[in-house]
Design a protein around this ligand. Structure first.
Ligand SMILES: C[S@@+](CC[C@H](N)C(=O)[O-])C[C@H]1O[C@@H](n2cnc3c(N)ncnc32)[C@H](O)[C@@H]1O
Length: 403
């Protein structure tokens, strides 16, 4: 039997990034996150890969990565096994441009800016052949201490003996290029241990784009981008407050995305329950989606429905359009869904967790656990599995060549 390549996932969340590697038969030695609900989801998912309860208990660590004991636990978890790969994305809120605009000092003092140091500490201990470090694009320009942090991070990785290609032109990947019905740009920094004698740039060249984005001029050999319609139009239509956490469901859709996303042996649908909305919000959602409007348009005809200054909050209410990829799914979804208004005006509501998961390319048999607010957070935080699949495929090729 071919050797299974091994990996450790730090800040693993519900396992969106892990998912692509698991699909390609990588073996997860250890997945770490301090969010109990995300770990529950991930542990439950691992069972779908025929990993025993006992093994799951050992590999999913609900731990704080800033604590020294956690490093010990990880080392215990991998013991004498060679780690081929370290993956992970320290949380990104503090680097996000929205968070940054608010308070300069909070930026400097926010310990979340420095979580990458724990990633590097563990990298040093595990010394894997390859690492994948995922983050928001804000990382490239962020200056928490008055100095750009991105070159410092790259330097730290290089100091540990890795070749790291860092040209922003190539290291920012857009999920829509990998068949995800969503525009989501993320920094994917890949490092290769120098003794492997392969440049990190070569891995990027192996990451295969499958679809073009709406704004791409160069579309050669690529399929058309996937859309919100491809992703969600077969799901049961619900009014606010309807739906159940688990129902029997057979999709009538013939589109290839749904074929890919639905597991034929599982006729269940999970996490498709709608939020309750007040009368005013329902009216807003209906009019905005009927007309594909923004708040400023609504303000012209129904100012009584606009309680924000539309100049400053132009995109506070956003209808996802059926014929486009969705905009970036964010963890903020757990607070309200106003950025994810369903495009069908008859449904007068925002996205369910399953709809958000569909535009994130999670397969339908991936079940999110915990209260619904936690589920939204898990989905919004995740790397889309179809994107992680393409990254995993490229890395697997490199590892196979260097075996
Ligand atoms: C961007 S999300 C990771 C998403 C994940 N890579 C995926 O694809 O699903 C960041 C995660 O870091 C976790 N986290 C934040 N601080 C942490 C800490 N000190 N120790 C462990 N996990 C932490 C959060 O709970 C969150 O799940």
């Amino acid at each position: 039997m071919a050797k299974q390549f091994t990996f450790v996932d730090l800040f693993a969340g519900c396992g969106g990034l892990s998912e692509g590697f698991l699909k390609l038969n990588f073996k997860g030695l250890c997945h770490v996150d301090f969010d109990r609900n995300a770990c529950m989801t991930l542990a439950n998912r691992l069972k779908d890969y025929n990993i025993s309860d006992e093994e799951v208990k050992k590999t999913v660590l609900t731990r704080d990565l800033t604590k020294h004991e956690t490093v010990e636990d990880i080392l215990e978890c991998v013991k004498d096994i060679e780690v081929d790969l370290l993956i992970g994305g320290p949380p990104c809120q503090a680097f996000s441009t929205v968070g940054r605009a608010q308070d300069k000092n909070s930026m400097k003092d926010d310990p979340r800016n420095y979580l990458y140091k724990h990633y590097i500490e563990i990298l040093e201990k595990l010394n894997p052949k390859i690492f994948v470090f995922e983050n928001v694009t804000g990382l490239l320009s962020s200056k928490p201490d008055g100095e750009k942090i991105f070159p410092l991070i790259v330097k730290e990785f290089k100091k540990r003996g890795y070749d790291v290609y860092d040209n922003p032109k190539d290291i920012v990947l857009n999920s829509v290029h990998y068949g995800v019905p969503q525009i989501r740009k993320r920094v994917i920094l890949i490092g290769i241990r120098k003794d492997l004698n392969i440049s990190s740039k070569e891995v990027y060249d192996l990451i295969e784009k499958t679809h073009y984005a709406p704004t791409d001029e160069d579309r050669d050999g690529l399929k058309k981008f996937r859309t919100v319609k491809d992703a969600i139009s077969d799901l049961p239509p619900y009014m606010p407050g309807e739906g159940e956490e688990e129902i029997d469901f057979t999709s009538e859709s013939k589109n290839e995305y749904i074929k890919l996303i639905r597991n034929k042996s599982n006729n269940k649908l999970y996490n498709h329950t709608t939020r309750k909305h007040n009368v005013l919000d329902r009216e807003r959602y209906k009019i905005l989606s009927q007309n594909k409007w923004q708040l400023k348009d609504l303000n012209k005809v129904r100012p009584d429905l606009v309680h924000y200054n539309p100049k400053h909050f132009a995109n506070r209410y956003t209808v996802q359009e059926f014929d486009k990829p969705s905009r970036t799914v964010v963890a903020h979804l757990y607070k309200d869904g106003n950025l994810f208004i369903h495009p069908d005006p008859k449904q007068e509501r925002t996205f369910t967790v399953r709809e958000a998961a569909r535009v994130q390319s999670f397969p339908d048999d991936f079940k999110f656990l915990g209260a619904r607010t936690h589920q939204y957070k898990q989905v919004g935080n995740a790397v889309p599995p179809l994107m992680s699949y393409q990254i995993a495929k490229a890395i697997k090729k490199v590892l196979e060549e260097r075996r």
